[in-house]
Design a protein around this ligand. Structure first.
Ligand code: HPA
Ligand code: ZN
Length: 348
C-alpha cells in the first residue's frame, strides 16, 4: 500500500474547510455565468485560482461567494464540497461558511441555510458523510455587523449548526474586539473557534483563548513565538487546525521541508495538531493529499500520520460517546492499515 492509498484509506475528520473555498473551478464558472457575475480575464478557469497571499486569495474567494445566489446554488456547492471530502477518505466534516458576503449581495439567511442544510442531509443519506456547519464572522467588517450576524445565525442553531468562527485578514483585525460577540454566542450554546496566529502574532492566539474562550485555534502558527503560551496550549490540550498547502500558498512559510516551518516546530513541540485543507480546490488539494504532503516533506512515519488522524476525532465537536465508539473503530481500522503497510506484498 503506497502513501497515497494509505492516506486516503486513513479514517479522518476535516475540521477546517471554508465552503466558498471549496467550489470547483468549473462550478465557479457555471454559477458566475448563470448569475451574471463578471470575472477577470482568464485563459483557463483554473488560472483564477492563483494568488500568492491571503489578501489576493480573499478577493477571489469573495467573487466565488458572489456567484452563489439561490438555494439550489448553495445546495450544489455544499454537496460537491462534501463529496470531495468523502472521496479523500474523510469520515466527518465541520465546515465554515461566510454568510455576510452573501448577505451583502442581498441573499436571505433562509435561502443560504435552506440549500446548505438540505445538501448536508443529502450527503449523509447518499454517501454516509456526517457534517456540521460553523458560520464564520468576517473580521474585516464592524463589530455591529458581527452582532447582526449572530442575531441572524442564532435562530438556525441546531445539532447541525454548532458553532461560530472568525476568519478573513487577521493581521489588521485582531480577535480582542470580538469578545462581546463571542460571549453572546457562548451563552447561546455555540461552540467557539477562531483563526488566530496565521498572519497575526502569538498574542492573538492568547487573546482568542482568554477573551473569546475558543476551544480550538485555526492555523495558530505564530504561537511558536511564545514558548510559555506553547507550554500552556500543550497543558490545556488545545487543538490547532493546520493546513499545509495553505501555508505554502498564502503565507511566507513556503517550504514544508525546512526545519523552521511552523507545522514542523509545532509538531516537534508536542502541540496537538489536526491536518486540514482550508480551501481544497482553490489550493489544488484534498484531505488525503494534505496528509501525504506532510508525510513526504516532514518524513513522518505512518503511525504519526495515523495519530494525527486520531487527533482530528479528538478535536471534533461530537459528543463523547460517539467519539469513544468512533475511536474504537478507527483505531481498529488503523491497526489493519499499519499491518497491511508492513506486509511486503503491499509495499510501496
Ligand atoms: N484565513 C482567513 N480567512 C480565510 C482563509 C484563511 O486561511 N481561508 C478562507 N478564508
Ligand atoms: Zn481558514
Amino acid at each position: 500500500m503506497n502513501l497515497e492509498q494509505f492516506t486516503k484509506a486513513l479514517p479522518k475528520a476535516e475540521l477546517h474547510l471554508h465552503l466558498a473555498g471549496s467550489v470547483k473551478a468549473d462550478t465557479f464558472l457555471k454559477l458566475a455565468r448563470k448569475n451574471g457575475v463578471a470575472l477577470p480575464e482568464f485563459d483557463k478557469i483554473e488560472d483564477l485560482y492563483r494568488y500568492d497571499n491571503l489578501v489576493d486569495f480573499l478577493q477571489i474567494y469573495d467573487l466565488v461567494a458572489r456567484s452563489v445566489v439561490d438555494a439550489d446554488d448553495f445546495h450544489l456547492i455544499t454537496y460537491e464540497a462534501l463529496a470531495h471530502v468523502a472521496n479523500a477518505g474523510g469520515r466527518y466534516v465541520e465546515f465554515f461558511f461566510s454568510p455576510q458576503v452573501h448577505q451583502d449581495a442581498g441573499i436571505s439567511y433562509q435561502t443560504m441555510f435552506g440549500g446548505l442544510l438540505k445538501a448536508m442531509d443529502d450527503a449523509e443519506t447518499d454517501f454516509g458523510l456526517m457534517s456540521r456547519l460553523i458560520p464564520a464572522i468576517n473580521r474585516e467588517l464592524t463589530i455591529e455587523r458581527s452582532f447582526e450576524f449572530l442575531d441572524l445565525v442564532l435562530p438556525f442553531r441546531s445539532d447541525k449548526v454548532i458553532g461560530i468562527g472568525l476568519d478573513y485578514d487577521e493581521e489588521p483585525f485582531p480577535p480582542a474586539p470580538f469578545k462581546p460577540v463571542y460571549d453572546k454566542a457562548k451563552k447561546a450554546g455555540m461552540r467557539l473557534t477562531a483563526h488566530a496566529g496565521e498572519g497575526g502574532p502569538a498574542a492573538n492566539v492568547r487573546d482568542a483563548l482568554d477573551l473569546l474562550s475558543v476551544e480550538r485555534i485555526d492555523h495558530g502558527y505564530r504561537v511558536m513565538e511564545d514558548p510559555e503560551l506553547v507550554a500552556r496550549c500543550i497543558a490545556e490540550d488545545i487543538a490547532f487546525t493546520v493546513c499545509p498547502s495553505s501555508t505554502v500558498i498564502l503565507t511566507h512559510w513556503r517550504d514544508l521541508t525546512t526545519a523552521d516551518h511552523p507545522i514542523r516546530t509545532m509538531l516537534d513541540a508536542g502541540l496537538k495538531l489536526v491536518v486540514d485543507t482550508d480551501d481544497p480546490p482553490m489550493l489544488q488539494t484534498d484531505l488525503a493529499k494534505e496528509y501525504r504532503l506532510l508525510g513526504e516533506t516532514m518524513s513522518l512515519d505512518r503511525r504519526t500520520l495515523a495519530d494525527l488522524a486520531l487527533n482530528s476525532l479528538d478535536a471534533a465537536w461530537l459528543d463523547d460517546s460517539t467519539k469513544r465508539d468512533w475511536r474504537a473503530s478507527w483505531s481498529a481500522e488503523i491497526d489493519g492499515l499499519l499491518t497491511a503497510s508492513e506486509d511486503p506484498a503491499y509495499s510501496n
